[in-house]
Design a binder for this molecule. Structure first.
Ligand code: BDR
Ligand code: CA
Length: 311
């Protein structure tokens, strides 16, 4: 089984990413770390604990990490994820606690203790991951790959060219992309293909479990904010695609290309500059997803949610 750590900021789509990681037998979820992003660190941490409890996942350590980006102030995505960060379903459920370690320390411990190299899956701003890489350089060889949801080969969703996770902490993304580690980038150019249509939402509701109902309610809330903010008919379910790409890499196709983060642009700070045509002459530093098997992705997610016990 593929050992993974998920670093996340739940967040509706992060919640589905956690369920996929917990419910697919090909992954061993070593731990979950949280970061400020979609909401404050306190809220994203509580949301991660609520989702794990709801899915009946016990024994997976959870640690809270950075409460703000490396540089500048935090700006949360309340317009998309609501005041709790996970508005929509009733998630009033008793939760387990956090370990008490900082997320970076939990990453260090789990990666040091793992018999096999660990894949880091990041579905929020890359603050914790960057801090881990800077603090524990010596453990880089024990990281198999970093797979992150963020950026785009095209335009953005937070600024005209910037995607939320990268715009929230551009310096962290820059550190990760220049780390020299194998990296897979799952950007908006593919996540915007995985739309939670009415049929998809009905499939989750039709599972007949509380977890299936919660997934349907999460996507229904997500749909309402995406409709209001972006005018989209159906919301893109970004984050679980990063998990799906680790479970079954054939679900995406990638190209190895140079990717840089714009740190100083007047209008483009936080944009990922993806050199698809190798015009810069720079060495490729990331495998960038350019297509997605949408049906296979939804089947993976539905199957995982069907398999999970209910807390
Ligand atoms: C990303 O931003 C967040 O709002 C989502 O959880 C996802 O990780 C999409 O741009
Ligand atoms: Ca996220």
């Amino acid at each position: 089984m593929n050992p993974v750590i998920i670093d996340c900021d739940p967040g509706h789509d992060d919640a589905l990413a956690l369920l996929l990681a917990a419910g697919d037998p090909r992954l061993r979820l070593l731990g979950v770390t949280t970061v400020a992003g979609n909401q404050t660190l306190e809220k994203t941490t509580r949301n991660a604990l609520r989702i794990l409890a709801l899915a009946g996942v016990s024994g997976v350590p959870v640690a809270a990490g950075c409460d703000r980006p490396l540089v500048g102030e935090l700006s949360v995505a309340e317009d998309i994820h609501g005041t709790s960060g996970l508005d929509g379903p009733d998630l009033d459920i008793p939760v387990a606690g956090v370990t008490g370690e900082h997320a970076v320390e939990l990453m260090r411990r789990l990666i040091s203790e793992s018999g096999e190299p660990v894949t880091l899956i990041a579905t929020g701003p890359l603050t914790n991951v960057a801090l881990f890489l800077r603090t524990h350089e010596g453990l880089k060889s024990r990281v198999n790959r970093i797979v992150f949801m963020g950026g785009s080969t095209e335009r953005g969703n937070t600024t005209p060219y910037g995607e939320f996770n990268i715009v929230t902490d551009p310096e962290a993304a820059d550190i990760v992309l220049r780390s020299g580690l194998p990296i897979t980038m799952i950007g908006l150019n593919v996540t915007h293909q995985a739309l939670a249509t009415d049929e998809i939402i009905a499939e989750f509701a039709g599972l007949g479990t509380r977890l299936g109902a919660v997934c349907a309610e999460l996507m229904t809330f997500f749909a309402s904010t995406y409709r209001r903010v972006f005018g989209f008919a159906h919301p893109p379910v970004h984050d679980p695609i990063a998990v799906a790409a680790v479970i079954d890499p054939s679900i995406i196709t990638t190209v190895a290309v140079p990717v840089s983060v714009e740190l100083t642009g007047t209008f483009t700070r936080g944009a990922t500059v993806v050199d698809l045509h190798h015009r810069s002459g720079r060495t490729p530093n990331a495998d960038v997803a350019i297509s997605l098997n949408v049906d296979a992705f939804w089947q993976l997610l539905l199957t995982a949610v069907r398999r999970l016990p209910i807390g």
